[in-house]
Design a protein around this ligand. Structure first.
Ligand SMILES: C[S@@+](CC[C@H](N)C(=O)[O-])C[C@H]1O[C@@H](n2cnc3c(N)ncnc32)[C@H](O)[C@@H]1O
Length: 392
């Protein structure tokens, strides 16, 4: 845990889940730059007068770990995020800093946004598609006098980012870079037609993306989720090599993304009860849409927005399927894969199996063998392996 100094006081912040060994801070120079600019007199005047209730007048979009929302809690912000972990970090930070949770309203990227926004702060997300989708959703609430400021590290702000603001909201200019961070100032142009964005995107699985017994037809993808516009090659390899089983069993698609893996299992084995889990609200919404689109049996399925298996009872699961995240910050993703494997072991019944797909070079087999005492290669090609570990 670290303390961020702001014009409104110090704020104690940590990533979620909090890990005493974690060395990464819960904010960066982009958050600090925006907070400093907001503390200047002309900007302070545009913030709602404290004590404010979270009406939607001030909206914080895409706050990573709560730094913006918690620092500005006195102004009654509405936070909009696609990340359950980000939302949980914000909740924990509010409690840690003695702020009532009711001071802030937390919405997911899939919730209906506020009807009128006077100040819109945008932490530019890593996914351009998510930004596009969110700007389309928020544009109807923006009026001619809405103050809009984006922030991000220079590596996160591209010409395409600025073009999105210009196409959907209005003319844009950027600040000088300070400590490798930049601000985006966008002036609303209310003559731009407020149209719906292109998401969710639906695509058909390629004919040769085979599964033993079950091949979902259409895959539904909300903006910002993993591989939203095409099937990932690792997922494709996993689909070809899923376990073929026909008994009644409880299956977890852990880190389900668009739900293609769990849906394939439900199609191949109508007696399977699949639980789809992801920390992204849009991923779980996509998985549910993919499942409903392809499966019409009465088999119960569950859709959980959670940190890993935290919502699942210990020893209650027969099979966990997992394509762990590997793209974001290296240290964080290693930790996530490890936590997913540990969680899977906890929720599996004795004899239950964890199947994992991964790039060969990630060395998941070493970790699984250490954790489960066994690990078998079920399939491999020059790039990927599918591994099985059995809970003893
Ligand atoms: C590599 S993607 C796999 C998606 C899908 N299963 C597939 O194969 O196409 C990893 C997924 O894990 C999710 N994820 C990352 N951290 C998570 C966490 N702590 N709890 C649950 N899901 C998480 C990501 O949102 C992402 O959808």
């Amino acid at each position: 845990m670290n303390r961020l100094s702001t014009a409104w006081g110090d704020v104690a912040l940590a990533r979620y889940p909090e890990d005493p060994r974690e060395t990464l801070r819960a904010w960066d120079a982009a958050d600090e730059y925006l907070l400093r600019r907001l503390a200047e007199d002309d900007m302070r005047a545009s913030l709602p007068s404290p004590p404010a209730a979270p009406t939607g007048s001030l909206v914080v979009l895409g706050d990573r770990w709560g730094a913006l929302t918690v620092s500005l809690a006195a102004y009654g912000p509405v936070q909009i995020t696609d990340s359950f972990l980000g939302q949980s970090a914000t909740r924990a930070a509010l409690a840690r800093n003695g702020v009532e949770e009711t001071a802030v309203r937390m919405l997911s990227a899939r919730d209906t946004p506020p009807a009128r926004i006077d100040v819109l702060l945008v932490r530019v997300p890593k996914s351009l598609a998510l930004l596009e989708d969110q700007l389309h959703r928020l544009a109807p609430a923006v009026h001619a006098d809405t103050v809009i400021i984006g922030t991000g590290m220079v590596t996160e702000i591209h010409t395409s980012t600025l073009k999105l603001f210009e196409r959907i909201i209005g003319p844009t200019r950027t600040s000088l870079a300070v400590r490798k961070a930049r601000l985006i100032f966008c002036t609303p142009d209310t003559s731009i037609p407020r149209t719906a964005g292109p998401w969710p995107l639906r695509y058909a699985l390629p004919d040769d993306a085979g599964t033993p017994g079950g091949r979902p037809g259409v895959i539904v993808n909300h903006a910002g989720i993993f591989c939203a516009d095409r099937l990932d090659i690792g997922t494709r390899f996993f689909l070809k090599n899923l376990p073929a089983r026909h008994d009644a069993e409880r299956v977890v698609d852990l880190g389900c993304g668009n739900g293609v893996i769990g849906t394939a299992v439900a199609l191949a084995n109508p007696r399977a009860e699949v639980t789809f889990v992801d920390e992204s609200f849009s991923a779980v919404a996509s998985a549910e849409a993919t499942y409903r689109e392809n499966v019409d049996s009465d088999a119960p399925a569950a859709f959980l927005i959670a940190d890993g298996v935290s919502g699942i009872a210990d020893g209650s699961v027969d099979l966990v399927l997992n394509n762990p995240p590997f793209h974001s910050h290296r240290a964080t993703t290693d930790t996530t894969a490890r936590r997913m494997f540990e969680g899977a072991r906890r929720v599996l019944r004795p004899g239950g199996e964890l199947w994992v797909v991964g790039n060969r070079h990630l060395g998941y087999h070493v970790r699984l063998r250490r954790l489960f005492g066994n690990c078998e290669v079920m399939a491999s090609d020059p790039k990927f392996v599918v591994l099985r570990a059995v809970r003893s």
